[in-house]
Design a protein around this ligand. Structure first.
Ligand code: Q0Z
Length: 294
């Protein structure tokens, strides 16, 4: 847990948000690793930098779709005595967040597959019969969910999202989310990566809906290697698979505390995150701020 000497606003499993001033927040991405919804005891070195680098990459690529909250990737003066924060902080504009999670699905997986198996619907809307797990959907779909304070978010229809966020904001959120997903999925496809689904957090800044939070990272998306995808099967996760496989092999019951991770699993997981970044962006992770500083 990063304990900075500025007011703390919120913490998730992996990220922490602090207050800089009335209009700016400091968004800090940790090296914490969650698997099967449980946070591991051991950090994954550089994971926070990878997630920050991936987010920065997409925000620049998607700047034509909508404005975003990013102001600076520099550590504010007076905060980082050492280089620990380098490359894993974002100074962001404070937004008025929408009360919904903006999910886009291009493939039938996760909770959407669980719903489809029961009722042949996705977030309440009928889908064609006979689709298989992990199958590509006829077209990408905006499938919002509620923001649960604790426990799991609930999948909702567009109409339910409109009731929560307002009709016009929900429609604009759907436009932004679908356009961002389509652009990102097309670029990822050129690099052999399927973005099965992803979750955006949108908020209002200066009266306009903006892309906030982390963006199209392995933690907010399902990334599959295209060459390992086949309908009817669950493709391996680009980044988390070595860890998941190892955890499954231990017989752990997926309740805390998790087993202690061996060094080679930590290192394999770190490599997968770095490889995901380099393959997706075509950039060298060694060039990112703070890498190799310790
Ligand atoms: C995002 C979240 C957490 C990580 C608040 N630009 C913004 N303005 C206002 N609020 C937010 C943002 Cl990004 C905001 N979250 C979600 C919670 C850790 C992300 F504890 N919460």
């Amino acid at each position: 847990m990063s304990a900075l000497s500025i007011p703390h606003l919120a913490s998730g499993k992996v990220r922490d948000i602090y207050e800089l001033d009335d209009r700016h927040l400091l968004f800090v991405t940790s090296d914490r690793m969650s698997a099967f919804d449980v946070v591991m005891a051991e950090p994954i070195p550089d994971k926070g930098r990878v997630l920050t680098a991936v987010t920065a990459f997409w925000l620049e690529r998607l700047s034509g779709v909508a404005p975003n909250h990013l102001v600076s990737l520099d550590v504010p003066a007076g905060l980082g005595e050492d280089h620990d924060l380098d490359g894993r902080v974002m100074v962001v504009r404070r937004a008025q967040m929408l009360p919904i999670e903006c999910i886009v699905r291009g493939y039938l997986s996760g909770s959407a597959w669980a719903e489809y198996k029961r009722t042949e619907t996705m977030h309440g809307t009928p889908l064609p019969s006979g689709l298989r797990q992990s199958e590509r959907l006829p077209e990408p779909v905006f499938t919002p969910s509620t923001k649960a304070e604790s426990g799991h978010d609930e999948n909702i229809s567009f109409e339910e999202a409109a009731a929560l966020a307002g009709e016009d904001l929900a429609a604009e959120a759907r436009r932004i989310s679908l356009a961002a997903y389509e652009q990102a999925a097309a670029l990822a496809a050129e690099r052999g990566i399927i973005i099965a689904d992803t979750k955006f957090e949108l908020g209002i800044i200066d009266g306009a809906l903006a892309i906030c939070d982390e963006v199209l990272t392995p933690d907010s998306s399902r990334f599959w290697p295209a060459d390992a995808w086949s309908p009817g099967q669950i493709p391996p996760s680009f980044d988390k698979q070595p860890l998941r496989d190892w955890l499954e092999g231990t017989g752990w019951d997926k309740t805390p505390p998790p087993p202690a991770l061996p060094d080679e699993i930590v290192e394999a997981t770190r490599s997968r995150y770095v490889e995901a970044y380099e393959r997706l962006t075509g950039l060298r992770f060694a060039d990112w701020p703070g890498v190799g500083a310790r």
